[in-house]
Ligand binder design. Structure first.
Ligand code: NFS
Ligand code: SF4
Length: 554
């Protein structure tokens, strides 16, 4: 029964338990739900109530006359708009937290990376001379926030792309003006009776996607680095084995690093540790999941319990006291899974509740107090544990390769460069660069595509960067220096010379923006052409499921 569901033995082990105990998971639900083939292909239009129109067989237009091309382009663009809205709304929250820090109203948070703050101020045209960190932070936050509601002009970060690329965007008129404006326009143009030329619709899909990659996501990454530090390599660990049998386990899942950062700090609070002891636990163990997990992993080495398809399954360990979630990729089924055990699902975002779950709302003005309350709630749950079974799989990994760090590795603090990498591509020792990103999807064997594609790429001298749930490779030894032996001879030589592994963990999905800036710098460094499209680079999301990944695929 379980055969073919995952290549990860830890996942299979808990799936067996879940099945025996009748705990539902995405895997089990996937057995009974067959995706609608019409919708899956994008051939169904739900944009007005003369329909919904299913364009199959001899039916080639909807009641309004919309053609299959139009319907498909509209569906695609709406998914891209939703994906952009999600990443960007996350970016907006980061900007608001930075403003609160600038105003001195966010106790527990501060500017951790002053150098990055000044660099970002430069991109956004915020003056830095003779100004305090707090003043700069406030202005950077406000300028970033203004990018969302801007009605005219173009996003300030577009300037970070190679000149040639910017000119193409301008010529096609797809340079985003304001992030929210592009999402709204995508929704408007795809509603009944508006834009009905497939190619023209798809131009807006590109514009709304650029508003994410060079807007919401990039701002999110930059502000996270300013507030929590720009990642540098750190040791981490992967898989269910990171849960601790004798400690209170909190799994942090979702996307925003803000509250998660405070929970990590507060897990060392002596009073809370004492409280945990009073309930019979030997400590408080914080582990990550999906993108929030990635954020914590790459900045603090907080162990990563798993990726998307492991997020309800982990409950079957019986060792999760609290599943702390904010938003995105948080399956509602988690609550049903939690009800089979003692686990409390705790929702924390004002934007996202789950029926039946405990809601403890985050507010960055009272962050510490809320973090403490969440940990206390988890501790209170510890005595209710029933049977515990933690699969004994744990894989070490080196993670946390930011753009800044990769540039530093190639030239030191004062001569940051991408020259060695460019030279290696030009002389053929590296054949290309690949970004392996995106989710899991129960319609395909869990982790299989991620891991095998990465293996094949490095064997063929392609340098790989990985983000989001594609960090699946971490569970299978792909993020250790030992993986070097699987790399082709050219790639191995270059990685040894620069001092980087052949598979670089670059963070969460919004951190795909780090890939964009790396590619941009490779292109502008010279020798490989003048544009990102001149580079031998590819982006793959082989197990994708989210609209956010659809956006990234463009
Ligand atoms: Ni990305 Fe993060 Fe994972 Fe897919 Fe979801 S967690 S933003 S969308 S499932 S990679
Ligand atoms: Fe059908 Fe046209 Fe309405 Fe879509 S917009 S549901 S194709 S009538």
């Amino acid at each position: 029964m379980l055969e073919g569901k995952s290549i990860d033995p830890a996942t299979l082990e808990l799936l067996e338990i879940a099945e025996a105990e009748g705990m539902p998971t995405a895997f089990s639900r996937c057995e009974t739900i067959k995706p609608c083939p019409i919708g899956r292909e994008g051939n169904c239009c739900k944009h007005c109530f003369m329909g919904h129109c299913r364009l199959v067989g001899k039916t080639t237009t909807g009641i309004c006359g919309a053609t299959l091309e139009t319907v498909q382009a509209r569906n695609f663009t709406r998914a891209a708009a939703a994906g952009s809205a999600s990443h960007s709304d996350h970016g907006r929250n980061m900007a608001m937290t930075l403003i609160a820090v600038g105003e001195g109203k966010a106790p527990g948070f501060q500017v951790k990376d002053e150098k990055k703050l000044r660099r970002v101020a430069g991109y956004l045209g915020v003056p830095t001379d003779k100004r305090t960190t707090q003043e700069i932070a406030l202005d950077v936050g406000k300028t970033a926030l203004a990018e969302f509601g801007k009605q005219e002009g173009e996003l300030l970060y577009l300037k970070r792309a190679p000149q040639k690329r910017q000119e193409i965007w301008r010529k096609l008129q797809i340079g985003p003006r304001g992030i929210d404006r592009e999402v709204t326009e995508a929704m408007h143009r795809t509603t009944m009776g508006v834009d009905q030329d497939a190619e023209h619709i798809l131009l807006q899909a590109m514009r709304v996607s650029l508003a994410d990659g060079w807007g919401g996501s990039m701002l999110s990454t930059d502000i996270s680095d300013i507030l929590f530090g720009t990642p540098t390599p750190v040791m981490g660990a992967f898989n269910f084995g990171v849960l601790q049998e004798d400690q209170v386990n909190l799994v942090i899942h979702g996307h925003e690093p803000t509250l998660a950062e405070l929970i990590v700090v507060m897990a060392n609070d002596p009073d809370l540790l004492k409280y945990a002891e009073s309930k019979g636990a030997k400590g408080i163990n914080i582990v990550g999941m999906c993108c929030s997990g990635n954020e914590l992993l790459m900045r603090h080495g907080v162990p990563m319990a798993g990726n998307f398809l492991q997020s309800d399954l982990i409950m079957a360990s019986g060792a999760v006291e609290a599943m702390v979630v904010d938003y995105q990729c948080v399956m509602q089924g988690m609550q049903a899974a939690a009800e089979h055990y003692h686990t409390k699902v705790i929702t924390t975002s004002p934007k996202a509740k789950i029926t039946g779950a405990t809601h403890i709302e985050f507010d960055d003005h009272r962050g510490i107090e809320i973090a403490k309350l969440i940990i206390r709630t988890a501790i209170d749950t510890f005595p209710n544990r029933k049977k515990v079974h933690i699969p004994n799989y744990i894989e070490p990994a080196i993670v946390g390769f930011s753009h800044e760090y990769i540039a530093y590795m190639q030239g030191g603090s004062y001569r940051e460069s991408f020259r060695p990498l460019n030279d290696a591509i030009m002389n053929g020792r590296i054949r290309g660069l690949a970004g392996v990103a995106g989710c899991n999807n129960p319609h395909t064997m869990h982790d299989n595509a991620h891991v095998n594609i990465i293996k094949e790429l490095i064997k063929n001298d392609v340098l790989v960067v990985t983000t989001g749930c594609a960090i699946a490779g971490g569970k299978h030894g792909m993020l250790t220096p030992e993986v070097m032996e699987f790399a082709g001879p050219g790639l191995r030589e270059v990685c040894q010379a620069i001092g980087i592994p052949p598979v670089l963990h670059m963070g969460s999905c919004v951190d795909n923006s780090r890939i964009l800036t790396v590619l941009s710098q490779c292109a502008t460094e010279g020798g490989l052409g003048e544009d990102i499209s001149d580079l031998p680079g590819v982006g793959i999301a082989p197990e994708w499921m989210s609209e956010k990944a659809k956006r990234s695929l463009e």
